[in-house]
Design a protein around this ligand. Sequence first.
Ligand code: BYC
Length: 343
Amino acid sequence: MRFTGISYKKTKPIKMYGGGYIFEESKNGAQVQDDPVRLEEFEARIQGGEKIEPMDWMPYEYRKQLIRMIEQHAHSEIIGALPEGTWITRAPGFRRKLALMAKVQDEVGHAQLLYSAAETLGKPREVMINDLITGKSKYSNVFNYPAVTWADTAVIAWLIDAGAIINQVANSKGSYGPYCRALERICMEESFHLKYGHDNVVFLATGTPKQREMVQDALNRWWKPIMHFFGPSDKISVHTETLMRWKVKMASNDDMRQKFLDMYVPKIWELGLTIPDPLLKKNEDTGKWDYTEPDWEEFKRVINGDGPCNKERLAVRRRAEEKGEWVRKALMRNAEEYTVPLS
Ligand code: BYC
């Protein structure tokens, strides 16, 4: 047990991406005891709706949880760029290609905002990237599935972005300033993504029989991952209680899933599409949606590295890190000449 009034030390100036402090994890998972007086003051600030800023005192566990969640979110954005990114070269038409390129760039930009927010808590970006490409850190389950046809990209852009907005609008009202500000900006861009995705789905759903079939097949493929996207049911969620007490999460996983169903099931049905869950219906007594319990064993397998595309996704990121290494080195040693310009 130790107190954690100040649990940082200065890093050596070898880092590429910025930040200046590193977070020291407790050794061997030993429980860290916060100063009870400071903890009480901190919780009063949270209850009073104040934002916590990077240089403010915060409990060890609050910092650790935020790093975990923001880092996973950042990884989800860069890995999430891949399923749609592979369709840039095959997008049907120049306008769709331009819009998809802009969306994919936005997603990578979101990752930059989120890595910066996580860095304010003391985890260097190099370590986060390394934890991603070595498989130590998680990222969203959904991006471990393939985008088989163009219609898959339409369903991703509409419904995954819709799910993300529900989660992020709620959490942007949370307690940690840098994360909330990043989420606000991200949500503005995601709103455009959602419109773009909806436009693509409507185009296919009101098109030829072949186009309708494509979009229905894509919806059938993505429904299960989308139901998993909001996280395990509240009964088995590990972190929800602590995160909601500290206003990092502003709604539980089940509540976010319900909100998504409320908003999007009617829109899907309106397009004449069907949802591959025979039990899905609004329960008039509870006011909530009944649905088939998602397969949480599959969810666990996928988030722990054994989904259809996990290996491919990480291999692509690893290659990007290796290929980009010379750029980072060149930027760090700008006095050295790395290229001789051609005439
Ligand atoms: N996928 O206790 P729980 C985007 C893990 S990108 C993978 O309920 P928590 C987009 C969880 O980490 C936006 N893992 O966790 C980008 C934990 O494992 P650890 C993605 C998941 O944190 C490009 C364990 O399961 N959004 O929209 O209270 C193109 C127990 O779960 C998932 C975010 O990242 C999952 N779905 O709640 C298009 C939002 N769910 O760490 C679109 C930020 C759970 O103990 N994250 N796990 O080993 C969150 O809001 C929360 O972390 C969650 C889960 C609601 C996802």
